[in-house]
Design a protein around this ligand. Structure first.
Ligand code: NDP
Ligand SMILES: O=C(O)C1=NCCCC1
Length: 320
């Protein structure tokens, strides 16, 4: 069995292939060519910290794999004297014919990249494909996911302004300075207020651990698209509940939604479809003024697709 560490993953990964892998994983989901369950959650007693297991099988010529991501979600890591990321992961990849373990692939970068690319896929198919404007992007959260989403959305879309808000304002300020330098631009703008950041935005991305809403119904303009990525007490804590009643809500998978979004279903929110159906043109939002939400939970088969991609790229570099 080989071990592919995070440094190697970073050398091998790129946005275009990651986007394609997410599109394929979401499509194959809708075509019933995947197997996955809701993830298991093992909680450390007395703490919000979780060990999560995500097994999956994806049937695809290029991205198919049998794998299992082991991921820790430790929101308390940011309070450590030497802070650590709150989400850490490793992915085990198995031979489909023998069950032998083929590789253990670092899952930290993969989780950031694939989650950002899944938001980009949702934005492209739910929003942009309907010829919607891409003037202003609002990013709420400047943690690991917030930063990777900034790179990803800069790569795939041509926003004129990318706004950044974060609970700890200094981190958003730092991020804005760093990203303007990195891309030799001035489109990244620091926002002190989440309300001002959201008002007027065409696309909104939330990537925080908040358990209280940071996006209110009245702030979101008609027809805007939201990618809600973060998980606080619930996986849908970032958006005011009343906004869900006034939007078409898309998910990535029903097995996860049934458990992790049970709170939304309980208050009467109905999910319109999984993103795979939109990619396959089986469903769309007709009303141009309807707000759309992609409630991203993250799927095991996305990690299968990514670990296969990285594994194959790794073997190619070794055999050169
Ligand atoms: N949908 C999916 O597929 C995935 C979702 N996630 C989720 O994405 C979220 C972000 O992950 P990641 O970027 O790796 O984590 P980080 O620890 O790097 O960032 C956490 C972010 O949440 C903010 N935050 C924490 N508590 C609050 C609060 N009470 N109010 C407002 N903001 C808050 C932090 O702000 P500050 O700087 O002020 O502390 C920071 O911006 C997590 O909830 C994680 O579970 C992760 C992976 C996949
Ligand atoms: O999909 C994932 O990976 C995760 N989703 C939410 C919590 C941590 C990991």
């Amino acid at each position: 069995m080989i071990y592919i560490d995070e440094d190697m993953v970073l050398k091998l990964i790129n946005w275009d292939q990651t986007f394609e892998a997410m599109e394929v994983a979401m499509q194959r989901y809708t075509e019933n060519r995947i197997v996955q369950t809701a993830r298991s959650r093992t909680q450390v007693i007395g703490k919000p910290n979780l060990l999560v297991t995500m097994p999956g099988y994806l049937d695809d010529q290029t991205y198919g794999a049998l794998g299992c991501k082991l991921v820790t979600f430790f929101p308390t890591n940011s309070d450590l004297p030497k802070p650590l990321p709150s989400v850490l992961a490793s992915i085990m990849l198995f031979d489909e014919n023998t069950g032998l373990p083929k590789a253990c692939v670092g899952g930290f970068e993969i989780t950031k990249w694939r989650t950002s690319a899944a938001s980009a896929v949702a934005t492209r198919h739910i929003y942009e494909k309907r010829f919607k404007p891409l003037n202003i992007l609002a990013l709420l959260g400047a943690g690991h996911q917030g930063r990777t989403h900034a790179d990803c959305f800069k790569h795939f879309f041509n926003f004129q302004e990318i706004r950044v808000w974060n609970r700890t304002a200094s981190k958003a300020k730092e991020m804005v300075e760093e990203f303007n330098k990195k891309y030799n631009t001035n489109i990244f703008k620091f926002y002190e207020s989440n309300e001002k950041c959201v008002r007027g935005a065409d696309v909104i991305v939330t990537t925080t651990n908040t358990s209280e809403p940071i996006v209110n119904r009245d702030w979101v303009k008609p027809g805007a698209h939201i990618n809600s990525v973060g998980a606080g007490r619930n996986h849908h804590s970032e958006i005011e509940e009343s906004l869900y009643f006034n939007a078409d809500v898309y998910i990535d998978h029903w097995e996860g939604a049934k458990t992790e979004l049970a709170g939304l279903e309980k208050i009467g929110i109905q999910f319109k479809a999984e993103v795979g159906k939109v990619i396959l043109n089986q469903v769309k939002t007709e009303d141009p003024n309807r707000i759309t939400i992609f409630q991203s939970l993250g799927m095991a088969v996305e990690d299968c697709a990514m670990s296969r991609l990285i594994y194959d790229s790794y073997l190619k570099t070794k055999n050169k």
